[in-house]
Design a protein around this ligand. Structure first.
Ligand SMILES: [Zn+2]
Length: 129
């Protein structure tokens, strides 16, 4: 690899946030790797340090599986939900988190849910049968 890679990192030796130069190991090429171990050299004190990095793709994957289906409230339009609550939508077989609540001008309550598969959806809540 011809291009030199730099990252900003706090050096363990001079204890300053410095531009560290990549000198060895595998940089973030393998998107399936749990963590990446790489050698970086401090631009200030020239000490080398083995850093353990988490690839951005891995962090994204971890966020996506954060919802435990067992702990989700099954969605029904008669129920009332709170922001941050995890819900399960049986029709779509999908789980999501309530990110916002709205009340429309006609008095109908709604929630905005970010679903893992379906994405952001608006659902009704507190509907009296
Ligand atoms: Zn240093």
């Amino acid at each position: 690899m011809a291009k030199t890679k730099y990252i900003m990192h706090q050096c363990a030796y001079c204890r300053r946030e410095t531009k560290m130069e990549f000198i060895g190991g595998q940089p973030s090429e393998d998107i399936n790797a749990e963590v990446i171990k790489v050698w970086y050299r401090c631009g200030k004190c020239k000490h080398s340090a083995l850093l353990t990095l988490t690839p951005a793709s891995q962090m994204k994957k971890k966020r996506a599986v954060a919802i435990n289906r067992e702990l989700c409230t099954p969605y029904a339009k008669e129920k009332i939900f709170s922001v941050g609550e995890n819900i399960y939508h049986s029709e779509w077989d999908d789980v999501g988190k309530v990110v916002r609540k709205d009340k429309m001008s006609n008095g109908i309550h709604s929630i905005v849910v970010t679903f893992e598969k379906t994405g952001e959806r608006k659902l009704l809540e507190n509907i009296q049968a």
